[in-house]
Structure formats: structure tokens, C-alpha cells
Design a protein. Structure first.
Length: 303
């Protein structure tokens, strides 16, 4: 029979052996853990196994490095975009709207049409309005504030660019917050408020396809995705928590009680536009803004 001390020692040796075996993988994954914004003093946690030297006793050593935004970006880029084949695969995940959007848009449509419940539909209408405003706000912030340049446009990031020709498509240098992630996380928040389990599954899907994949390609920094995660669901929750807005949404839905097909058609049109990242709505607003500027210039010149 082994003594309790011997059994405990053997257990420690087994744990140490397992940690030593998985240490490279743990170290690689831990490099993607982000605990702050760019230039944060908190930085990235790195984990490694320190062997027993007879004095310290060994164990797991945690070290932290600064500038976490860039470090996580570079770590994900190295991990996922090692060659052209992997780059095409990640681009297919991040850039294919059907692949990344099907679970979210399917769930929204199913929630809308599965039950003839005005209370649910009024809440979802309010959430869709919040998602629309959050996305437009994220685009406006990208145009007017540039806390950092989009990674693929910044040579200082030293990342592997899979599609150099695609850089010409980026007319906005700013990337904070991610408008794509803002839209998707907003829609996921709507689903979560109605069906928790479905919402959690959709969040995991969106986090991988819209968050991790786009960061790995250098389209966004991790802070861009985090900002979207705060802005999108935050605005949905804010709209849902204001009783006056809920009342107005219910009354607006009640106006079409005898013609519900009008509301259904409008929701389908909005989902189709959201599938395209609200580019049509953005174009209309940009056109109206330019017309307003021309009218203002004309009135100023006459006066």
C-alpha cells in the first residue's frame, strides 16, 4: 500500500506530465487571450511550465506583455493564415454572407413567423431598429474617428496579407468599431432575448465567423470586435429597457393589425438589407447628405 504522501506525489507528477505535454498548445491559445485595449498595460497572458529546479519547486508561470491588440492580431494571423489554402478557407468563413449569416437570419425569421404573438414581434421590431441604428453609428464613427488604421492598411502590423488586391476596396481607413460585428451581435442579442439557447449558439457562430476570422485576416483589431460587442447588444438592451419605446413599438404594430402582411414584408426587406450589411441604406443616407450639402452651399452663395 502506498502512503497518502506517495499517492499525492504521484498525482502531482501526472499533472505535471500532462501540463508539460500540452504546454505548447496552451501557450499558443493563451497568446490570444486579450485583457485590454491597444497599448493596455494589462496585455496578453502567456503560460509556460517551469520545471522543478529544486529551489522554486516549478509550476505554471504567468507572464504578461503589453500592446495586446497587435499581439492578438498577429497571433491569430500566424495561427490561421499560414498559407494560401488556409487564407482562402478563413476568407470563405469571414467573407461569405450566406455561410456566416444563415444561422442568425434563419433564427430571426423563425422567431418572427413561428408564433403569431404581437408582444414578441413588437420586441423584435424594437430590436431591429436598435440594430440598424447601432450599425449606422459604427459606420459614422469609422468615418469621423480613427483611433487606429485598419490592420491590412498598416504596414507596421507586420501581418500576412492574403488578398493584397482586396486592399483597394477599403475606402475607410478606420476600423473601430467593426460595423459587420456590430450588426451581427445586435441581431444575436435580439435572438437571445427571445430564445436564450438559440441566442448563445448564434453568438458562438458570429464570434467565430465575424470576430475571430476577420481579425485573423487583418480586417479588424480585437478591440474593434469588442467595441462592436458593446455597442450593438448594448443599444438593443437599452431600447428594450425603455418602457415608452416598447409602448410605441406595440402601437405601431397595432396600426397594421388588419394588414399584417405589410409588416411582414417590411421585416423581410430589412433582413435582406441587413444580409447586405445595410449598404443600400448607407448609400441613401450618403446621397441625402450630399444633397443637403449642395442645397446649403447654394443657399449660402445666394445670400
Amino acid at each position: 500500500m502506498e502512503s497518502p504522501a506517495a499517492v499525492e506525489l504521484r498525482g502531482h507528477e501526472a499533472v505535471r506530465h500532462r501540463i508539460s505535454a500540452i504546454s505548447p498548445a496552451v501557450h499558443r491559445i493563451a497568446n490570444t487571450i486579450w485583457l485590454g485595449f491597444d497599448r493596455s498595460p494589462i496585455g496578453v497572458i502567456k503560460i509556460k511550465w517551469v520545471p522543478d529546479d529544486g529551489a522554486s519547486g516549478g509550476g505554471v508561470e504567468l507572464t504578461m506583455t503589453g500592446n495586446a491588440d497587435i499581439e492578438i492580431l498577429q497571433a491569430l494571423n500566424r495561427f490561421f493564415v499560414l498559407n494560401d489554402h488556409e487564407g482562402k478557407f478563413i476568407l470563405g468563413i469571414a467573407g461569405n454572407p450566406l455561410f456566416r449569416g444563415f444561422p442568425i437570419f434563419f433564427s430571426l425569421a423563425a422567431l418572427w413567423f413561428s408564433v403569431d404573438c404581437n408582444a414578441r414581434r413588437s420586441r423584435m421590431l424594437l430590436g431591429l431598429l436598435a440594430a440598424c441604428l447601432a450599425t449606422l453609428l459604427s459606420v459614422w464613427v469609422q468615418h469621423h474617428f480613427t483611433p487606429h488604421v485598419r490592420p491590412v492598411l498598416d504596414p507596421a502590423t507586420r501581418i500576412r496579407i492574403f488578398d493584397p488586391k482586396g486592399l483597394l476596396e477599403w475606402y475607410r481607413k478606420g476600423s473601430f468599431p467593426s460595423d459587420t460585428a456590430t450588426l451581427y451581435f445586435s441581431l444575436v442579442a435580439i435572438i437571445f432575448l427571445e430564445k436564450r439557447l438559440v441566442g448563445i449558439l448564434c453568438f458562438v457562430w458570429a464570434f467565430v465567423t465575424v470576430g475571430v476570422a476577420r481579425v485573423a485576416l487583418g480586417l479588424h483589431y480585437p478591440s474593434d470586435v469588442l467595441g462592436a460587442l458593446v455597442l450593438g447588444p448594448g443599444l438593443v438592451w437599452l431600447f428594450e429597457s425603455i418602457p415608452q419605446l416598447r409602448t410605441l413599438s406595440g402601437r405601431a404594430l397595432g396600426l397594421f393589425q388588419t394588414r399584417p402582411y405589410i409588416v411582414h414584408a417590411l421585416v423581410i426587406v430589412f433582413l435582406a438589407e441587413a444580409y447586405n450589411l445595410l449598404l443600400g441604406l448607407q448609400g441613401i443616407l450618403t446621397g441625402l447628405s450630399e444633397i443637403g450639402a449642395l442645397l446649403s452651399a447654394a443657399l449660402t452663395s445666394r445670400s
